[in-house]
Design a protein around this ligand. Structure first.
Ligand SMILES: C[S@@+](CC[C@H](N)C(=O)[O-])C[C@H]1O[C@@H](n2cnc3c(N)ncnc32)[C@H](O)[C@@H]1O
Length: 250
């Protein structure tokens, strides 16, 4: 139960911490250290309380802490649709013991569900989003997972060979929810999808289609990928695609 908000300053930056009755901050740190292996030490991101969302997926209650700091602080319709899809299609998409990377994980809902379904998950996003992502992922998968999830920085189009070398980073599935909207990184996103999808990798991309530029991206995407529409959630205006990189694309 949330009791109050604590606010403190480090190096002139304001940090707000959600407090529970019994040492919530200590709880976050212990929780994080014991379960999620980050690639660098945890530092609190600027993080304001926004709200909590409750879900029920794969037989478990999931509580997502949201924030208002960035697009990655809230749950988008593509994420909830993709979680329903993964839950309902376990016979076709069996994530158990599969290597899965999620792009633009945001609050972590999709990675949490993939982890509960048995996947070996790497959740990725911009550095500022990772604190809340780690917290949600760790909190919601303890005692429900086969593999410890990881959280890593992945800035689209940046340092891919260094941080995700092909020799060691072979993924069965790449998941992406609502990563296409009106932003200036669409070319870098496409390059990243192309880089991460090796011949045996399946991409599952869920997106709410809002703008003409979203459809332009889809056209570009189809040049590089063989694409199958898997589901449509008309009420959310979300489409879910399954895709594989075309063989002869350089
Ligand atoms: C619209 S939000 C979707 C978040 C989450 N997938 C969901 O559906 O709830 C887009 C996500 O992409 C991330 N993102 C935006 N630009 C990015 C970039 N250049 N590199 C990596 N991640 C980026 C944002 O931080 C954010 O988490």
């Amino acid at each position: 139960m949330i009791k109050d908000l604590n606010c403190f300053f480090i190096a002139g930056k304001r940090y707000i911490i959600l407090c529970k009755s019994n040492n919530f901050l200590v709880d976050i740190i212990c929780d994080y250290k014991s379960s999620v292996k980050p690639n660098k030490a945890w530092t609190p991101t600027v993080y304001s309380c926004f709200g909590k969302e409750q879900f029920w997926f794969a037989g478990h209650q999931i509580t997502i802490q949201e924030s208002i700091e960035s697009y990655g602080g809230i749950i988008w319709p593509g994420a909830t649709a993709l979680c329903h899809f993964l839950e309902d299609n376990q016979d076709k998409i069996n994530l158990r013991n599969k290597k899965v990377l999620e792009l633009g994980s945001g609050t972590g809902l999709v990675s949490i569900v993939a982890c509960i379904l048995g996947a070996q998950v790497i959740a990725t996003d911009l550095p500022d989003v990772l604190g809340n992502l780690r917290f949600n992922l760790s909190r919601n998968t303890q005692g429900k997972r086969l593999h410890d999830p990881q959280v890593k920085t992945l800035v689209w189009g940046e340092d891919l060979e260094t941080n995700f070398p092909h020799s060691t980073c072979l993924f069965d599935y790449i998941l992406a929810a609502d990563v296409v909207y009106h932003h200036t990184f669409l070319e870098k996103l496409l390059l990243t999808l192309k880089y991460l999808c090796q011949p045996d990798t399946t991409l599952i991309w869920s997106n709410k289609f809002r703008f003409n530029t979203d459809y332009d991206f889809l056209s570009q995407f189809k040049v590089t990928f063989d694409v199958e529409l898997q589901a449509e959630f008309a009420d959310l205006e979300v489409k879910i695609f399954k895709a594989k990189c075309k063989k002869n694309v350089v």
